[in-house]
Design a binder for this molecule. Sequence first.
Ligand SMILES: Nc1nc2c(c(=O)[nH]1)N[C@H]1C(S)=C(S)[C@@H](COP(=O)(O)O)O[C@H]1N2
Ligand SMILES: [Mo]
Length: 441
Amino acid sequence: MSDPTSSPGLHQTYAQDPVRADERIWGRRSDPLTRRGFLNRGGLAALTAALGARIVFSDKMPAGLIPAALAQSEAPFSIPGKDGLVYLNDRPVNAETPADLLDDDITPASRLFIRNNGHPPPADQIDPATWTLRIEGESCKNPRTFTLAELKKQFPLHTYQLTIECGGNGRSEFNPPATGNQWTVGAVGCPEWTGVRLRDVLEACGIAEDAVYIGYHGADTHLSGDPKKEPISRGVPIAKALEDESLIALAMNGADMPWMNGHPLRLVCGGWPASVSGKWLNRIVVRNQVHDGEKMTGTSYRVPKHPVQPGSEVPEEDFEIIESMPVKSIVTYPKSGLTHPLADGAIEVRGHAWAGDFSVKEVWVSIDFGSTWQKTELKAAPNLLAWQRWSTPVKFPEIGYYEVWARAVDERGRGQPMVVPGWNPKGYLNNACHRIAVQVV
Ligand SMILES: Nc1nc2c(c(=O)[nH]1)N[C@H]1C(S)=C(S)[C@@H](COP(=O)(O)O)O[C@H]1N2
Ligand SMILES: [Mo]
């Protein structure tokens, strides 16, 4: 695992495993015998964009070769179509978005974080024309298989803005540290998703009386390469699955989803740990028991039912599955570290707030380490399970160093803690107040 403050360089990434790097960065597969690379149209387009010109002899290009134009520059490791993300790990790829790059109301595709548990299906093996979704399971009355065209034709399309946040967002602040990706604040986003309702599709296949849970399966592969193992297969209780906003998404922000975010099909169940929103979706099972797929059991996406001593061992039977995410907010403007002339007056401080299945009632900011708070202007969400915009002018009394802290309170009156909340073995659910630095000069 690499230092979370620096992105692994292109060279480092290629040095570790050039053929894999090829696959991950450009979606290029290679022939193990000849080591010739095969670029599909998407990968070719991405390489063309990165180089600023078409590679004329691309079919002759060896696998695992860094294009010289990129090798000679200090270009950071980057995934095509992503902009400014900080890479925490590249095997599998995990990248978060700096807070100031999350300023848009609707998160652009280029700024949606990536959390992979395994290797995505190679981009050139994804063909939306032949992709299918199978609905089955012991509590599905009439198992069926749909192509994407059939989904679009048989069910109405719906568009919602839905917040997805990794259950481990904020993990880097836990002490003693929890293993896993050391997310700071940027494993969250709120794009606009278009797809068919999970409910419509499940109902078309008949939901048996005894159904309690659904589980997803995706086309990504286990890091070990063992085809019998799945990287992840999680799900939600049937009540969450049947909500209006639970989508089988075919598009994001009116376009194809980025490869790394689940193209061509994914589940989106907003407000819950994003691990329930299965990417590269090809199968949904309707279960008569709590889904027991990969990362549903043990300590994965589960937290102790009661507060525990930091660092202690917690028996497995004391864990429960994380459902709705806790109330949280983020400051997206200004960028932390801003130097602001006192003479310029107030700064318009702004950000987003969200609260899992609930709405946010208030967002407050403090510039005196939480002694006094000023209420911000908070907008309603465009729909349920979408984050809400807040903003307020903040005036600094004199020259010096300040921190701006933001604190949201949900409709039930639950507020964000100012310090890191209950320690848990896997470092989930850190919803402490986000703080940024401002130098007033
Ligand atoms: N098939 C599949 N679905 C997946 C994952 C994965 O590794 N494979 N990761 C999950 C986790 S843990 C998170 S936080 C979200 C991340 O979604 P994103 O990468 O689009 O931001 O996808 C979820 N769905
Ligand atoms: Mo996650």
